[in-house]
Design a protein around this ligand. Structure first.
Ligand SMILES: [Zn+2]
Length: 184
């Protein structure tokens, strides 16, 4: 078991066990769904997922296409598209659950962790699992016909703007540890 601290989250995780579970998953979820917004996400995920979040997935042992579920909320007046998704990994939340998502430092992408699991894959059953939810506002980059209806309701759900001048020392950076210390 490894562990990480991220803001006020403390998370224990088993990278090897997560990787082993994902090896048995044959088709990733948005590809399997095949609707326009899912295909758009699937075709461009390496471009629209910030590298910092890709690194987070990598550290947990989750492949880039390891979403348990992806959903499209709609197009925003900004031209960006509001998506949600979640991922599972073998591990345990050591700190208490948060009520509000912790917004990462790379713009319109937020992430939060919880122990309540939705649509857990067979491959993970019987293990202690953490769910990582994201909310993303991303451009539509694929040649899949764009879903163009702008939802006014969605405007009320907009992620807060990340302050442009926030200094590096204020940034929330994940800290990774090779194993759980005895004192914890
Ligand atoms: Zn779909």
């Amino acid at each position: 078991m490894q562990w990480m601290e991220f803001g006020d989250y403390q998370i224990q995780f088993d990278r090897g066990a997560t990787g082993a579970a994902y090896k048995k998953v044959s088709v990733s979820t948005p590809e399997k769904c095949g609707c326009g917004p899912c295909l758009n996400w699937a075709m461009t995920r390496s471009l629209i997922i910030p590298v910092e979040f890709q690194e987070l997935l990598h550290q947990f042992g989750i492949p880039l296409n390891g979403e348990t579920e992806v959903f499209h909320n709609g197009k925003l007046a900004s031209g960006l598209h509001s998506y949600g998704a979640w991922y599972h990994f073998v591990g345990k939340l050591l700190s208490s659950e948060r009520e509000k998502p912790l917004t990462l430092e790379f713009g319109k992408f937020s992430v939060f962790f919880r122990s309540e699991l939705d649509l857990l894959r067979e491959e993970f059953k019987g293990q202690s699992v953490v769910q990582m939810d994201i909310h993303a506002e991303v451009p539509w980059l694929s040649n899949v016909p764009e879903e163009n209806t702008v939802s006014e309701y969605l405007e009320s759900l907009l992620l807060p703007d990340v302050p442009e001048m926030k200094s590096l020392s204020d940034a929330v950076e994940p800290k990774w540890f090779p194993e759980l210390p005895d004192s914890k």
